[in-house]
Write a protein that binds this ligand. Structure first.
Ligand code: ATP
Ligand code: MG
Length: 653
């Protein structure tokens, strides 16, 4: 494992706007620091207070935090406590003013399809579906597979599982039959919930056919519940498949919530597969739920009257924590969207912001860069004045994209909350406290309460100021995964062996003189040019800062003299031609921004990047192509569009 060096200098600093600070929960650096200090010096007291104030318990816990990051790895929060997640997301909001408040606002892909569920209505549907699950033989501890698009039934199914103590295992609605099969077999699921047909980017999808192909190879799946997203018959297998509506028609809306132990599993979810075969992260009940809620409360500073729009698909952890469990636990209004940012037009997000008066928007750099590429006329044509806070997740946000988000979308009055975290971490670990931290474009800033990051060199020593290191955590936080489902060894080997006694994230970062964290990219993607080790993020950000560049990905390739050379894949903005002149200009630009050591040796223009279904660039594939090893691309099952790869191979430099 390599260390990495940081070379970019980004000096811009932006203070949160006075309007924002005036109302913020945490409104000064002193307050953040005081709370942070308390959370790490006395975690038992801090988390006990948070758990007391924010969750409703059937039985109080006996201990707060217990763990070992060495030898036998274990992590426990609130052991001995009993609670129910659906109760915390629904029931307890019903005896006050939130009863008739929108819990979920659903916007379908077709413009005219939308629906709102109040807390009372959602509670009703969840109780009914919980009874349906029971009627189909699902018991506490059973795994329930869910393969659904972004429709309200997805949220209902999740919460119904939590109500009866079943463990959901959601597979992103755009995945293939093979991806569903692998996850269902791994989770040992005996039931799958899916839909007949769906919409995506204006296309009509046969979701049930995909699910059928998967189930043909999953002999343990005995039942399949089918949501009619569209009023149209699909293939139904006698004895196995039943329509959602038929079961719901006779189900009772009374269902007592199961009293779950704090450490009972809540769900299994697979990572994006950017760096290899996806890992099945297992999250448990109390710590995860509390952590998801606390990060929404503080990092997004959410209010009861807010309309909060997280654009992530619930098939990813961002959707689990930040469309469902975080906001609903707090009694907030969560807007969920079935479609994509550019259909029917490139202003779809902005049309939604305008239609519902969205106050908080949470999206990803991949979407931000794509919308920048489409041009400012799209957001400028919509009323975005309701926006109060903007957030980002998934990849490092390049300073250029950050500036666009801040100025064109946020009109310089919304804080940008860049949230660094992982499927494994359950919730945000590093982000700015929006009413407290001055922001620096491209920096994820500081840890959340109770989180203790450290940057370590390959030898396990603490890295100095601005020196790159492996981003690790010294101790757990309530939302950390408790294991890889059914595989304790993989858990230990993946996260706790490289840097003994620490949770190792796999990412590289540096900490600047103000203690701000800057993510440098994956440690596995480090490029070593003549003994200088570079993360990918900064070289990419330098390229994206050029006026013609929409997106960039850099990787190393074998080089006779330098050991490794830099190979840059570049997607240009609309209407820009990829000439040899422009290549020279881009090389000169990177030399100027960073220095000669970072100049790309090769540049390949490409209309698209190989991305995971969750929108992250898969550099491991780009590295293979750059090295000419096109037959060794590895696990490509989570790739969004395989034709991109053929095109890249054909145009290799
Ligand atoms: P796999 O673990 O299967 O390779 P993955 O790491 O892409 O896939 P996720 O858990 O979805 O799966 O993504 C977490 C990773 O995304 C982080 O480790 C980090 O590399 C990247 N990431 C997420 N948010 C940010 C952010 N705000 N800044 C920089 N990187 C981020
Ligand atoms: Mg990962």
């Amino acid at each position: 494992m390599a260390e990495m060096k940081s070379m970019m200098v980004e000096n811009r600093v932006f203070n949160p706007s006075p309007e924002f600070v005036a109302k913020a929960r945490v409104n000064s650096l002193e307050q953040y620091k005081e709370m942070y200090k308390r959370s790490v010096e006395n975690p038992n007291e801090f988390w006990a207070q948070m758990a007391e104030e924010n969750l409703t318990w059937f039985k109080k816990w006996e201990t707060v935090e217990e763990y070992s990051f060495t030898d036998d790895i274990y992590i426990r929060y609130f052991a001995g406590g009993k609670l129910n997640v659906s109760y915390n997301c629904l029931d307890r909001h019903l005896d006050g003013p939130r009863k008739n408040k929108a819990a979920i606002i659903w916007q379908g892909e077709p413009l005219e399809d939308s629906k709102t569920y109040t807390y009372q209505q959602l509670h009703n549907e969840v109780c009914k579906f919980a009874n349906v699950l029971k009627s189909q033989g699902v018991k506490r501890g059973d795994r329930v597979g869910i393969y659904l698009p972004m429709i309200p039934e997805l949220v209902i199914a999740m919460l119904a599982c939590t109500r009866i103590g079943a463990i959901h295992c959601i597979v992103f609605g755009g995945f293939s039959a093979e991806a569903i099969r692998d996850r269902m077999l791994d989770a040992k699921a005996e039931i799958l919930i899916t839909n007949n047909f769906g919409y995506r980017s204006g296309k009509f999808l046969g979701s049930k056919d995909v699910a059928d192909a998967a189930m043909a190879q999953c002999p343990d799946i005995k039942k399949c519940i089918v949501v009619k997203r569209v009023d149209k018959e699909c293939n139904m297998v006698e004895g196995r498949d039943v329509y959602w509506d038929d079961l719901m028609a006779t189900a009772s809306n009374k269902c007592e919530p199961e009293a779950m132990d704090s450490e009972d599993p809540l769900f299994i979810l697979y990572t994006s597969g950017s760096t290899g075969k996806p890992k099945g992260a297992m999250h448990t009940t109390a710590g995860y739920h509390l952590y998801a809620m606390m990060t929404v409360k503080y990092f997004f500073d959410i209010r009861d009257e807010d309309v909060y729009f997280c654009t992530a698909d619930i098939g990813w952890v961002t959707g689990h924590s930040y469309c469902v469990y975080g906001p609903l636990g707090l009694g907030a209004t969560s807007l969920i969207f079935e479609g994509v940012p550019n259909y029917p037009a490139p202003d779809r997000f902005w049309q939604i912001v305008e239609k519902y008066g969205v106050n908080i928007l949470y999206t990803a750099p991949t979407a931000i860069r794509a919308m920048m590429k489409d041009g400012d006329q799209w957001p400028k044509g919509r009323d975005l004045s309701s926006l109060r806070l903007l957030a980002s997740v998934g990849e490092p946000i390049n300073p250029e994209a950050w500036m666009w988000y801040y100025t064109v979308i946020g009109k310089e009055k919304c804080p940008i909350v860049d949230t660094w975290w992982q499927t494994e971490t359950g919730g945000h670990l590093i982000a700015p406290m929006p009413g407290a931290h001055p922001m620096k474009p491209g920096s994820a800033v500081n840890p959340f309460f109770g989180v203790v990051p450290v940057l370590l060199t390959a030898e396990g020593k603490e890295a100095g100021v601005n020196e790159g290191g492996h981003l690790c955590m010294k101790k757990p936080w309530p939302g950390i995964m408790r294991g890889v489902y059914g595989d304790p060894n993989r858990f230990k080997e993946t996260y706790f062996v490289q840097q003994p006694g620490h949770y190792f994230s796999g990412d590289g970062a540096r900490k600047d003189e103000d203690g701000y964290y800057w993510l440098l990219g994956r440690v596995d993607d480090v490029i070593n040019v003549s003994g200088h080790r570079m993360g990918t993020a900064e070289v990419e950000s330098a390229l994206v800062a050029h006026a013609t560049v929409a997106e960039a990905a850099v990787v190393g390739f074998p080089h006779d003299i330098k050991g490794e050379g830099i190979y840059a894949y570049v997607t240009l903005k609309e209407g820009v031609e990829g000439t040899d002149e422009l290549k020279k200009e881009l090389v000169a630009h990177v030399r100027k921004e960073i220095g000669p050591i970072a100049s790309p040796d090769k540049i390949q223009f490409t209309p698209g990047m190989p991305k995971t279904r969750s929108g992250k660039i898969m550099r491991r594939i780009l590295r293979k192509i750059a090295a000419g090893a096109v037959d060794e691309l590895g696990d490509t099952s989570t790739l969004a569009d395989s034709t991109v790869v053929d095109n890249l191979v054909a145009n290799r430099q």
